[in-house]
Unconditional design. Structure first.
Length: 313
């Protein structure tokens, strides 16, 4: 039987830069800005990429101003060099969905932070307390209104759950607006006053009508589209229990055997930007011909499914 298993570090959780609050002191920023490296990101989340090396690299520029411009975000320090992100124009480039899996650990973490905080700035121009316009602090990690109310970037916790039967089957489901053939594990947001474990039980019952137990933590990953933290869990359910799909949320759900999951992983995953790969056909493991793609590597869901598939011979 396979009950508890581990997963590899999620792609967007690999950051290595120093993010210490001490780095954001205004008096320090004045002296370190001149030697900083700056990443430009447009309103769609695109950044310029250098593809000439064996591994793609982000394109960093020297500061174009004497001081950090309003809205610039100090992402962290790598060695003795501060790395910043600023909003701007990008003629050609990539997004976090495509770049996350191919960048090195440091740049993947810096890009994830840039997307998260610049997205927050773009949506936080007014104070939620008094409604007045807000301005960013020098390091880009808070915004203040004229009467002094201060706000920091928000992160919305969401659980993402791999339901299994304790042996060789797991549950996959699809939402109505996904590309044909794409299936994944289930997820849902934590409500105010609710624990993560309670969210797992509530969301799994709401979405597919299953009562789950043996809940175990797997790992977490920021998902800054626009501001989520995906917190991965595994949970067990009875595969003989009837599935009751949440109207408008879940279009289909089915149990798959471990052999079929392994075959789908070998066939390749869906990235979120591209159409799913060609169908891989039927399997003796069960009636799964309509499942043609699993989540791509940028998602923690991929790590969860891979970890479960690898957990037993």
């Amino acid at each position: 039987m396979t009950r508890h298993f581990t997963i590899a570090l999620p792609v967007l959780a690999r950051g290595t830069a120093d993010r210490s609050e001490e780095l954001r002191r205004p008096e320090r920023l004045a002296g370190s800005w001149a030697g900083a490296e700056v990443l430009v990101m447009d309103g769609t989340g695109r950044v310029a990429v250098d593809g000439s090396a064996e591994r793609p690299r982000l394109v960093w520029a020297a500061p174009a101003t004497d001081t950090p411009p309003p809205g610039a975000v100090l992402l962290g320090s790598v060695g003795d060099v501060d790395h910043w992100a600023v909003p701007g124009t990008v003629e050609d480039g990539g997004t976090i969905r495509s770049l996350g899996p191919v960048l090195d650990d440091t740049e993947a973490g810096l890009l994830t932070t840039a997307v998260a905080v610049l997205n927050w700035h773009a949506r936080s121009g007014f104070c939620p307390v008094c409604g007045r316009p807000t301005t960013p602090d020098p390091a880009g990690w808070s915004r203040v209104c004229p009467v002094g109310h201060q706000e920091w970037p928000r992160t919305d916790p969401a659980v993402i759950v791999l339901i299994h039967d304790g042996a060789d089957r797991m549950l996959l489901a699809r939402q109505p607006d996904w590309p044909a053939g794409r299936y994944s594990v289930l997820a849902g947001f934590t409500e105010a006053g609710e624990s993560l474990e309670a969210t797992v039980r509530r969301e799994m019952f709401e979405e597919v009508g299953l009562v789950v137990d043996d809940i175990s933590y797997l790992g977490s990953q920021p998902w800054p589209m626009p501001r989520s933290l995906m917190i991965g869990f595994a949970a067990r359910a009875d595969p003989a229990a009837p599935l009751r799909l949440q109207d408008g949320e879940i279009e289909a759900a089915l149990w798959l055997h471990r052999d079929e999951i392994r075959r789908l992983l070998t066939a390749g995953g869906w990235t979120g930007d591209d159409p799913p790969p060609p169908a891989v056909g039927e399997s003796s493991a069960g009636p799964t011909g309509d499942v043609t793609a699993l989540p791509g590597e940028v998602s923690i869901a991929h790590r969860m499914i891979q970890g479960w598939a690898d957990a037993a011979p």
